[in-house]
Design a protein around this ligand. Sequence first.
Ligand code: HEM
Length: 410
Amino acid sequence: MLHAKYGHVASFWYGKHYYVSLASPQAWKDHIKAFDRPVELFEFMRPLNGDSSLQTTNGKEGKTRRKIYDVSFQHDALQNYYVYIKGMANDVAKKLSSVPPGEHITLQQYMSVFVSKALGRVFYGAYFEDEQKVTELHRNYETILEALNQKVSDSCPANDEKFNSALNVWRGLIQEAIQHRRDNPPLREEDRNFLDVLIDFCATDEMLLSDASTFFIGGYHTTMYMLVWAIYFLARDMKIQDKVYEEVIEILGKERDVDFMNQSRLRYLKRVMDETIRCSVLAPMAARVNYEEDMKVVDYIIPKGSGVIHALGVVLMDETIWPEPERFDPDRFLPEKVAERHKLAFSPFGFAGKRICPGYRVSYAAGAQLLSTLCRKFKFHLVGGHSIQRKYGFVTLPSEEVRIMIEKRE
Ligand code: HEM
């Protein structure tokens, strides 16, 4: 086990791997170019991701896929997404408007529908405009994950029948979306989406289904829980909430929606999202391996074939970088504060070169759209004023359901 400069060690369950706190700049430096991922670490996800997933594809093949796919989540491609996500954010606001005053709202329930719709539409196209299909998509996905968690934790025997049946329905839906897109290709170049890229590129149907699934898996819980945590933090602090509201009114007025051009002007909202990702420790780890030769990290030699866990979450809670790390304070991301820190201190999407998260901009786009729409219309109040704990996994979940009440703004 490695103790890096600041003495932190992450407590993951993955026995035979090394844990490196990336609070050490040297550890960052030594490891920044690593690309390959320990395949065994993700083996338990194989039924979901599929046999040919990018997630476990290393070397030249992995790098080629990343190069082709990444374009779908970069600036130009993102412009189209706002149009779709806008309508979905307005739907959530409409639904919340009809909730009687004082009624408790379970955030997870609303956010899972919003994120499934947004990812479904953005990744796969019109097939997931059908509300019933979206509901099937996320309900079955939740069932799969619940069973998978049981399998991994061994806390109670997994219900294989339930798991297999949910998996078949979920994969079947994505398969149908692929067929739908094949039958209805876009007429204009600018309407091409991620699925079109996959359809053109993937050599086999299994690879196509695997990667179409992998991106939903990568984006669903991360985006959904970023939103749940964000509203939780806002509901705890009316001053911060009011600042978001004031900024939205100043930049967008009462009616305008977020788009590709104006999103960057919502600077306070961006700081709220960054601080949410940090303070919730949303995605606490990444991992790398070198199967070919030994790796040197700081003063340690990692034998070839041994995985290194990037303890991203440990860095996000390091009090030498973030004083009072548990305090939610978006002003940590003021430009002058950012300039004082090591440039990799905030690396919640991974830091190691070409394999960092390809899709995080989708989360920011969805987050900016939904949070600005909701903050303009409502004040959020936490039910019972309770303090929620973090439940760590590949994505950090709130330890219990987050319930709020809303009050309409004038
Ligand atoms: C706030 C939101 C998100 C966070 C915190 C997050 C975090 C991460 C992290 C830490 C990794 C591992 C990076 C590494 O190995 O160095 C990762 C990988 C990945 N993420 Fe995200 N992510 C987010 C949103 C998304 C979204 C919206 C998508 C889908 C569009 C996505 C798709 C993926 C995929 C496919 C990978 C694996 C890439 C590969 O194997 O090369 N993520 N993400």
